[in-house]
Design a protein around this ligand. Structure first.
Ligand SMILES: Cc1cc2nc3c(=O)[nH]c(=O)nc-3n(C[C@H](O)[C@H](O)[C@H](O)COP(=O)(O)OP(=O)(O)OC[C@H]3O[C@@H](n4cnc5c(N)ncnc54)[C@H](O)[C@@H]3O)c2cc1C
Length: 393
């Protein structure tokens, strides 16, 4: 039996591994010049490495942990120190905000009998909070969702919270990929008898398993399609895709002369254009600015995105002044093969997994319960390969 897999991100590579193990002949085609999709380790000209996309593994992302184990890898732990918040010119340590854990508990506890509202923003607005507490709650939720809360449908968001509540004391962002995410992606690709074919953009897929690129047409017993729906709009398909938007999430990697955030720690959340900051792995003087929502949009559209973020950091954290060397913007919003950070479940949409269209099967983080995560991409690979096995049995 033959399968074509469209996209060599985590979902595509894991699907290929699983089908290959089940005895299928697998062809992976990838539009970019590299594998990895929304996960790849990049480096500055001077050699310092940083993650351009996926970076963190939550403690209960068991599929990711099992995958690392398969390759003899142990997730990397780093104590980044407590978080600090910069709000209206004041820098506040996590421990100096004692009432906040109670506010968060009340917020999530209230969900069990929450009124039906349209967006996550509407739900937050119902809570009587001081402006400072409201800012922190909003910015933390936005960080999780990767976008403004008025773009997040409340009903679907509530379902994801149920998933988090089921975690066994799991910690968010507990680990990073050891040695960088590229290492695991390359290890996955190396298990395949035929390496993924890069720079091959699929233009059309038919229900009978025919795949068409600019140069070639071939037929397979199964086709697994992994890019997100927004990207699939540019492929001719026999069915309509769900209207799932992508988060406005980008990163700016900043190289400094020295790690000025020591010893206070580099985990910062600000009310400026550098919404969230954390140090890159390995104690190097590189800080990642993680931007989402309107800040991300305004930054990628700025004439000089680096200067915008730099001003935002230096005005709030004067200790950083004079140490900036260079910055690299990773603009996922305008990346034609991603069109954003990760899939969102918008207001007024009840997500339903698309059934296979003939020989075409859908995978990718957007199809999973753990959508938005590498864990979701791996979950989708397990689901889709079982789906194919059942259809072809
Ligand atoms: C800034 C950022 C930070 C993130 N942080 C985290 C994190 O800390 N932890 C976490 O778990 N997740 C994180 N994520 C999410 C994570 O990166 C994704 O959920 C995961 O990588 C998605 O994998 P995928 O295989 O489903 O999709 P993708 O990686 O997007 O793979 C789809 C592939 O299809 C290819 N493709 C598209 N169109 C075509 C075509 N026409 N023909 C052929 N190939 C095509 C694409 O190039 C791509 O390689 C982050 C994402 C971003 C952008």
């Amino acid at each position: 039996m033959t399968a074509t897999i469209v996209g060599a991100g985590f979902a595509g590579l894991r699907s290929a591994m699983l089908l290959n193990r089940a005895g299928w002949s697998v062809r992976v085609v990838e539009a970019r010049s590299r594998i990895g999709g929304r996960a790849w380790t990049e480096r500055f000209g001077t050699g310092e490495e940083y993650e351009s996309g996926a970076e963190w593994i939550d403690a209960d992302h068991y599929r990711v942990l099992r995958l690392l184990e398969e390759f003899g890898l142990t997730p990397a732990v780093e104590d980044l120190g407590p978080r600090r918040f910069s709000y209206l010119g004041e820098t506040i340590g996590e421990d100096e905000w004692p009432g906040f854990p109670t506010i968060e508990d009340q917020f999530f506890d209230g969900l069990s009998n929450a009124p039906t509202v349209r967006t996550l923003q509407d739900y937050v607005a119902k809570f009587p909070l001081s402006p400072r507490d409201r800012w922190r709650l909003t910015t933390e939720l936005m960080s999780d969702e990767g976008d403004s809360l008025d773009r997040i449908g409340f009903a679907e968001w509530r379902k994801t919270v149920a998933l988090y509540e089921a975690r066994e004391g799991g910690e968010v962002s507990a680990w990073r990929f050891p040695g960088g995410v590229t290492r695991i992606l390359e290890a996955m690709a190396a298990t395949l008898p035929q390496p993924p074919e890069t720079r091959v953009t699929v233009r059309r897929i038919d229900a009978d398993g025919t795949v068409t690129t600019d140069e070639d047409t071939w037929q397979s017993d199964a086709v697994i399609v992994t890019p997100p729906p927004a990207v699939l709009a540019s492929i001719e398909l026999p069915v309509a895709m769900p209207a799932l938007p992508m988060s406005r999430t980008v990163k700016l990697a900043i190289r400094y002369e020295r790690a000025w955030w020591h010893p206070a720690g580099g985990r910062l959340q600000t009310d400026g254009p550098a919404t969230q900051l954390w140090p890159a792995a390995g104690g190097i003087p590189v800080l990642i600015a993680y931007l989402y929502g309107d800040d991300a949009e305004a930054t990628v559209q700025a004439e000089d995105p680096g200067a915008r973020v730099r001003e935002g950091i230096e005005s709030r954290l004067p200790e950083s002044r004079g140490l900036w060397i260079e910055a690299k913007l990773i603009d996922w919003i305008h990346d034609p093969f991603a069109l954003g950070g990760f899939s969102l479940r918008p207001p007024d949409l009840e997500f339903r997994l698309l059934p296979p269209a003939g020989r075409i099967h859908w995978a990718g983080e957007w199809t999973a319960d753990w959508f938005g995560f590498v864990e979701g991409a791996l979950e989708s690979a397990e689901r889709v390969t079982a789906e194919i096995a059942a259809r072809t049995a």
